[in-house]
Design a protein around this ligand. Sequence first.
Ligand SMILES: [Zn+2]
Length: 248
Amino acid sequence: MAKADFYFAGELNFFLPLQRKNKRFSHYFEERAAIKDTIEALGIPHPEVDLILVNSEPVDFSYIVTDGDEIEVYPVSAAIQGQSSNKELGDRFILDVHLGKLANALRMLGFDTLYRNDYDDEELAKISAAQNRILLTRDKGLLMRSIVTRGYYVRETNPEGQVKEVLQRFNLFDQVSPFHRCIRCNGLLEPVSKEAIADQLLPKTRQAINEFHRCCECRQIYWKGSHYAGMQHFVQEVLNSRGERAQS
Ligand SMILES: [Zn+2]
């Protein structure tokens, strides 16, 4: 039987069982396979991987693992993400069906975030690839689909922790731009005069509020009502988490 030694660096260890974390271990195999498949068989989705060294030389995912190989695998670091992603276009996301609360929060903070509770895995992978969107999910199998090149396994389980984690991971704190995107549909908001929408407002709102925004896509109307203070508090707390070390 053939043997290759593996070492996974940094936060890739999140995906390994305890006895393999942060140490070199041997992987035995009979069939020759591409290194992408071997890494995924060991539990690590390929979009999490940035660099693979075999016997100290960089290789790509198509490399065929050979008997005696010494393999080191490195994660996509936040620093690399920050440099390589196109900051003019900004990072855009697509989220799997279980991350609805995270989707709302990312939209509230101004990030272009596709989310539907009826996307199936194939659609998610296809849209991510076609639109170069970062696929956020807690489903390793989904990230392992070959067409997915930009993706991230969200470690945190509670929505508030997830938002902070994603902002840290993708260096997004400078791009937070709250309250300019529709939480319901991801459309952009534009100012709208009170006269134009007066017939859609309850009398109390019409009396108390003068400034309104409307979604360009779904026409939802927004104003700084009773929920606004809570949302502002949330945004501030997220911004304050900058520099906290992300759990991995
Ligand atoms: Zn909308």
